[in-house]
Design a protein around this ligand. Structure first.
Ligand code: NAD
Length: 356
C-alpha cells in the first residue's frame, strides 16, 4: 500500500504509525497541515476492517480539521489519530498510557483530544503521559454546548442573509436530531422566538423537546422535507444528495451535523435550487474553539463564547461571496479555508486565543 496513491492523501505533512506489543496499541497519527500552528484533532478508536481503512480515515479526518480550523482562523493545524480496535473491549489503562507516550514522542506537532471511542476521561489518562493532550472545558469535557452556540450563530447569519434580518421571531426551523447538540440548539432557537419542528429516532427525546419548547414533532423520514424557513441537520452526515435536495422545501440549511453533503455536486445542487447552505464545518466549529481555548492558559468561558460569535461574520461572509460569484457556498468555504492555511498573508488575524 502506497500512502501517496490513496485518494484521501492531500499533501499531508506527516503520517506516523505506532505499534506497541505490550499494550496492543496500533495507531496512526496523520498531520495534515501545521502552517497555522501545531495540529489538533481527536483520537478515534474504532474496529476498522483493515489498516488501509484506518489510514484513509485518519487522512480524511486530519484534512477536515485543517479546513475547519483555518476557516475559523484558529491558531492550529489539522491532525487526527486513529486507534485500531474495539474501545468496549480493548481500551485499557495500558493502551491509553501507550497513546500518551506515542503522542508525546511527536513533541507537540500534534495535540490529542477526545473523539468516537475516546472520552474526555480517557484523555485525562493520556494526559498523564504527555502535555500534548486536551479536552473541551466549557462543560467538563463536553464540546456540544460550544458547538450548539456556534451553530446558533451560523443560523442567525443564514437568516440575516436570506431574510434580511437575523431576528428569528416567527421563523420556522426544523431540527433533525435532538442529541447533545440538537437539544441545546433548540434552547437557543426557542429563546429567540423561533417555532421548532423536531425529530429524533429516540421518541423520548422528541417528546421531551416538544413538551419543553412547544415544538411540533415530525416523523423522522419527513423532517428534512418540512415546509419551513430553515432546516438544521444535527444527526448524521451525508443527508444531502440529488434525491433529497430535490425534495427540500426550505429556504436555508444550517445545522451542526458533520459532512452533510454526500458529494461535491450536492453543494452545487443546493445552490441551483436557490437554497442557501451554511457550510457545516463553518458553523459547527464551536467545540474546536472551546478545545483551543482549553489548550491555552487562562481559560475563560466568556472568551470561548466571544470567539464562537465570530462564526456569524465568517458565515455571512461566505454566503455573501457565494451570492456575488454565483458559486456554491461549500466551494467558497473550501477556497477561503485553503487561502487561510496556504497563503502566508492570511496566517495572521487569529481570534483572541493564542497558540499554546
Ligand atoms: P448525539 O449522538 O448526541 O445526537 C445525535 C442524535 O441524532 C441522537 O439523538 C440520534 O438518536 C439522532 N438521530 C440519528 N439519526 C437520526 C435520524 N435519521 N433522524 C432523526 N434523528 C436521528 O450527537 P451530537 O454530539 O449531538 O452531534 C450531532 C451531529 O453534530 C453529529 O453529526 C456530529 O458529528 C456533529 N458535531 C458534533 C459536535 C459536538 O460537539 N458534539 C461538534 C461538531 C459536529
Amino acid at each position: 500500500m502506497n500512502v501517496f496513491d490513496l485518494a484521501e492523501f492531500d499533501e499531508h505533512e506527516a503520517v506516523h504509525v505506532f505499534h506497541d506489543r505490550a499494550s496492543g496499541l496500533d495507531m496512526i497519527v496523520a498531520v495534515h497541515n501545521t502552517a497555522r500552528g501545531s495540529a489538533v484533532g481527536g483520537c478515534r478508536m474504532w474496529p476498522y476492517s483493515s489498516g488501509r481503512a484506518a489510514l484513509a480515515d485518519a487522512l480524511r479526518l486530519a484534512r477536515g480539521m485543517t479546513y475547519k480550523a483555518a476557516l475559523a482562523q484558529l491558531p492550529c493545524g489539522g491532525g487526527k489519530a486513529v486507534v485500531l480496535g474495539d474501545a468496549r473491549i480493548a481500551k485499557t489503562h495500558a493502551l491509553l498510557a501507550s497513546i500518551g507516550r506515542a503522542v508525546d514522542s511527536l513533541d507537540g506537532r500534534y495535540t490529542v483530544a477526545d473523539d468516537v471511542g475516546i472520552t474526555a476521561t480517557d484523555v485525562a489518562v493520556i494526559a498523564e503521559h504527555t502535555r500534548f493532550a486536551c479536552a473541551p472545558l466549557m462543560a467538563d469535557g463536553n464540546a456540544s454546548p460550544a458547538t450548539a452556540f456556534g451553530t446558533y450563530q451560523g443560523i442567525l447569519a443564514a437568516a440575516a442573509h436570506v431574510f434580511g434580518t437575523e431576528r428569528l421571531e416567527g421563523r420556522t426551523i426544523a431540527i433533525q436530531g435532538l442529541g447533545a447538540v440538537g437539544a441545546k440548539l433548540c434552547e437557543y432557537l426557542a429563546d429567540a422566538g423561533a417555532s421548532l419542528w423536531v425529530s429524533d429516532l429516540d421518541d423520548a427525546r422528541t417528546e421531551e423537546i416538544v413538551r419543553r419548547w412547544r415544538a411540533t414533532a415530525v416523523p423522522v423520514d419527513d423532517i428534512l422535507y418540512a415546509s419551513v424557513d430553515i432546516v438544521a441537520p444535527c444527526a448524521m452526515g451525508g443527508v444531502f444528495d440529488s434525491e433529497s435536495i430535490a425534495r427540500l422545501r426550505c429556504r436555508a440549511v444550517a445545522g451542526a451535523a458533520n459532512n452533510q453533503l454526500a458529494n461535491a455536486e450536492a453543494g452545487r445542487a443546493l445552490a441551483a435550487r436557490g437554497i442557501v447552505y451554511a457550510p457545516d464545518y463553518a458553523i459547527n466549529v464551536g467545540g474546536l474553539i472551546d478545545l483551543i481555548h482549553a489548550r491555552a492558559p487562562n481559560y475563560q468561558v466568556s472568551a470561548v463564547l466571544e470567539d464562537c460569535r465570530r462564526i456569524y461574520a465568517t458565515t455571512l461572509d461566505i454566503l455573501e461571496r457565494a451570492a456575488k460569484t454565483r458559486e456554491a457556498t461549500s466551494e467558497v468555504a473550501d477556497r477561503l479555508a485553503r487561502q487561510r492555511f496556504r497563503d502566508p498573508v492570511s496566517l495572521s488575524g487569529a481570534p483572541s486565543v493564542t497558540a499554546a
